[in-house]
Design a protein around this ligand. Structure first.
Ligand code: ADP
Ligand code: ASP
Ligand code: MG
Length: 406
């Protein structure tokens, strides 16, 4: 008898009809003799709706209140599923993040999990109950509600699977696995049978939202094998697991695109020691993640410094950057929102050379200008104009031999 954590995403619980289907699958898993813990997202569109309402109420919503608001979405779905299961005579019970003991730090709207006590869940399972847990939420040490960043229900599922030493953690979503590129953008994309934690981590952080980045980080750290599969049809999915020799055979495993970035340039920065530390130290204190950074050489004791930040943090970042720019006597601050990042990912890059050169060649063939480049051992990213993102993804997917045979 296995212990299985099943997580259902927003689309999979997007209507009462779909919640019926989730209940069917849960009932089926129990009939097969397994013990189950269910983790749910809010109905698709609900979290966006709540965020929008918050910004209608006020320009810069307080983050503690934001979490209080956002955590309501998952309460709705867990109660509905638990009701439905109980109506069928199954012993299900819904639990909030607080009730299952998901304890986080205090970084509201993107809190990190500090520990998971899960005692109540263990007791429930022992009593034969099917726990239906609200994803995406936890509490800090002061018992204030926190949320785990967008897509955070994946992390709730992985963290519970680790705490309970579950045999399987299945992320049910609207695609039947992790693809070589977002199948909604690149129709020729193929399902990947097995992908390493490391590649999945890069793919997620570079734009493949099929799994939340932190959930992959957590899974890798605690060795939780994660399966991604469709909640709509039966069949094989993708296993996210430890790297093996086969995975190195191909240079590029996947292509991703990320529109959630914006470029900030501080113009006329005095070129002297300590300035970068001052700028990025201030930004880091506000919990804003800076990604790519480019500093030009200076010809006049002044330089321009460009970097990217998540677009969602732009409203918060700009006044902070403008204040630092003033402190360091820089000339001005410029913001460009219409950028995107296209990336190639693969552990095979360690042993295959020339991937970067080929990538630049493909982009230049399409007439796409590269604004910024960053590389690591297993990925190459280019910042380009946002309007060319889909074209770039498709062209790279084809050029690196990833297209499905039609
Ligand atoms: P859920 O609501 O179930 O959490 P998400 O919308 O967060 O679902 O994630 C699933 C979506 O991720 C898919 O519909 C797909 O468009 C997108 N996606 C992006 N990149 C990939 C990829 N490489 N493979 C599969 N899906 C991807
Ligand atoms: N409901 C949250 C979101 O939309 C969490 C999740 O779906 O994983 O980001
Ligand atoms: Mg998701």
């Amino acid at each position: 008898m296995a212990l299985v954590v099943q997580k259902y995403g927003g689309t999979s619980v997007g209507s009462i009809e779909r919640i019926h289907r989730v209940a069917d699958r849960v009932a089926q898993t129990q009939r097969e003799g397994h013990r189950i813990v269910v983790v749910l997202s809010a109905m698709s569109g609900e979290t966006d709706r709540l965020v929008k309402m918050a910004y209608e109420a006020t320009q810069a919503p307080d983050e503690r209140e934001m979490d209080m608001l956002l955590s309501t979405g998952e309460r709705i779905t867990i109660a509905l599923l638990a009701m439905e299961l109980r109506g069928r005579g199954l012993n299900a019970r819904s639990y909030t993040g607080r009730q299952v003991g998901i304890i986080t730090d205090n970084a509201h709207t993107k809190a990190r999990i500090a520990r998971v006590s899960a005692d109540r869940i263990r007791e429930a399972i022992d009593e034969g109950v099917i726990p239906v847990v609200a994803g995406f939420q936890g509490i800090n040490e002061r018992s204030d509600v926190t949320t785990l960043g967008r897509g955070g229900s994946d992390l709730s599922a992985v963290a519970l699977a680790a705490a309970l030493k579950a045999d399987r953690c299945i992320i049910f979503t609207d695609v039947d696995g992790v693809y070589t590129a977002d199948p909604n953008i690149v129709p020729a994309a193929k399902r990947i049978e097995r992908i390493s934690y490391e590649e999945m981590l890069e793919m997620a952080s570079l734009g493949a939202k099929v799994l939340q980045t932190r959930s992959v980080e957590f899974a890798a750290k605690f060795g939780v094998p994660v399966e991604v599969n469709s909640s709509f049809k039966e069949g094989k999915g993708t296993l996210v697991t430890k790297e093996d020799a086969d995975m190195e055979a191909v240079a590029v495993a996947g292509v991703t695109g990320d529109r959630n970035q914006a470029k900030i340039t501080i113009v006329g920065v005095p070129d002297k020691p300590g300035v970068a530390a001052q700028i990025f130290g201030t930004v880091a204190k506000s919990h804003i993640n800076v990604d790519m950074i480019i500093q030009n050489i200076s010809h006049t004791a002044m330089t321009d410094l460009s970097f990217t930040v998540p677009r969602a943090d732009l409203k918060k970042a700009v006044p902070i950057i403008e204040a630092v720019a003033k402190d360091i006597d820089a000339k001005s601050v410029e913001v460009v929102e219409s950028i995107a990042k296209v990336s190639l990912i693969g552990v095979g890059m360690r042993s295959h050379s020339g991937v970067a050169a080929q990538m630049f060649d493909v982009l230049s063939h399409e007439g796409i200008n590269i604004m910024m480049i960053s590389t690591s051992e297993i990925k190459i990213s280019c910042v380009i104009e946002e309007k060319y993102l889909e074209l770039a993804m498709r062209a790279l997917h084809t050029a690196f031999g990833l297209d499905r045979e039609q």
